[in-house]
Design a protein around this ligand. Structure first.
Ligand SMILES: Cc1cc2nc3c(=O)[nH]c(=O)nc-3n(C[C@H](O)[C@H](O)[C@H](O)COP(=O)(O)OP(=O)(O)OC[C@H]3O[C@@H](n4cnc5c(N)ncnc54)[C@H](O)[C@@H]3O)c2cc1C
Length: 344
């Protein structure tokens, strides 16, 4: 395993999604040498690799909405301007402790599948979703018309599109195709889809054919046309969009020597620090609210607490001691008050 330079970074951030990018902007603007390691070839996270063409309408400041691709590109450029460094196509494997010390901090070594990076603080922002789940029987056809994310708008104008999956992503994809004059066959394995009921209603109103309790049992592709066998019914279509969930990033967490929650997401305290001192986490990796703006806010907070630990060592420990004292005092007040009440 090659270790990059004898040099070290103040902060290494894992994942270039909304949480990682906002964290990096924050640490870089505070003069910390910042590196982001990203498994994919682009920055942006889910808005970039999952719904780049979707117009996002809930980001404050964009009254006409903004596409996932545009938003990702803007934040990425901002990070480059702030001199954040990036390594793409590299995946986190584990985070090692080392006996190296720089500026009073014991250094970590972040190990990826390609190299090792020494740093003072780590921020984990790898999200929960990783690569889309594949359908081997479609991949075996070797067609470039099988998509695991929604293809560009112009790609399905006037085409017959089969979409497989019953979650919100599949249902959203069906609406997008119908709105852009494609014909839709929605193939859902379950009896009742997991996605939103009103989206399903809209698909039906717009003329989409919904096949519940169905799945593709075999498929053929010739003359640019698919024949999908649903176990009796054959569907013919030009494009197949597969939206059947994601391989989870949770497998990575198990190797990081940090406390996990019952659902295997990352546990953090109120300072976004994990059970391992100096290792922070932000965004979907731990969050209950999965939104871009929340990931941004958490990335910024994690970065500020990491900065505080660097610029004022022991600051977080002092804050924690103070928090503990305050909670002991309130416990005593409550105990005293309930004792008084019992006396009455
Ligand atoms: C279909 C869909 C539509 C959505 N629409 C909206 C919307 O309209 N508005 C909204 O606010 N939110 C929306 N969301 C939610 C939003 O996209 C997420 O909450 C947000 O992207 C979380 O940001 P994040 O940085 O925590 O994680 P992510 O965006 O998942 O980014 C994590 C990054 O880490 C990388 N990574 C993963 N594993 C590793 C590894 N081992 N090593 C290195 N890098 C790694 C990933 O490649 C990715 O780039 C939507 C989500 C979905 C699924």
């Amino acid at each position: 395993m090659k270790t990059e330079k004898s040099d070290f970074w103040d902060v290494v951030i894992l994942g270039a999604g909304p949480a990682g990018l906002s964290a990096a902007l924050t640490t870089a603007h505070r003069g910390l040498k910042t590196l982001i390691i990203e498994a994919k070839e682009h920055a942006g996270g889910q808005p970039s690799f999952l719904y780049s063409e979707k117009r996002i309408i809930d980001i404050p400041g964009f009254p006409d909405g903004i596409t996932g691709a545009d938003l990702s590109d803007r934040v990425y450029r901002q990070a480059l301007n702030a001199e954040v460094e990036f390594r793409f196509n590299e995946e986190l494997v584990q985070i090692d402790d080392t006996d190296k010390v720089e500026k009073d901090d014991s250094l970590f070594c972040v190990i990826t599948d390609k190299a090792g990076y020494h740093c003072r603080k780590v921020i984990i922002a790898v999200g929960l979703l990783h690569y889309p789940r594949k359908l081997p029987l479609l991949d075996a056809l070797k067609s470039d018309q099988v998509f695991y994310k929604i293809p560009k708008i112009s790609d399905y104008s006037g085409k017959r599109v089969a979409i497989t999956g019953g979650g919100d992503s599949a249902l959203d994809a069906a609406v997008m195709v119908l709105e852009r004059h494609g014909a839709v066959d929605l193939i859902i394995r379950e009896d009742i889809p997991a996605g939103k009921e009103d989206t399903l209603k809209r698909i039906k109103e717009c003329g989409g054919d919904v096949h519940t309790s169905s799945e593709i049992v075999s498929a053929a592709f010739s003359d640019n046309l698919f024949a999908l066998d649903l176990g009796g019914d054959i569907i013919h279509c030009d494009i197949v969009i597969v939206q059947i969930g994601f391989l989870s990033a949770k497998d990575t967490f198990k190797k990081l020597n940090i406390k996990l929650k019952d659902d295997s997401s990352v546990a953090v305290d109120s300072y976004f620090e994990t059970s391992r001192e100096g290792v922070f986490a932000a965004g979907d990796v731990h969050g209950d609210i999965e939104l871009i703006t929340v990931a941004w806010a958490e990335g910024i907070q994690a970065a500020i607490y990491a900065f505080k630990e660097i610029s004022s060592p022991y600051w977080l420990n002092e804050r924690r001691l103070k928090d503990r004292k305050m909670s002991l005092i309130s416990e005593k007040i409550i105990a005293a008050a309930s004792g008084n009440m019992n006396l009455k």
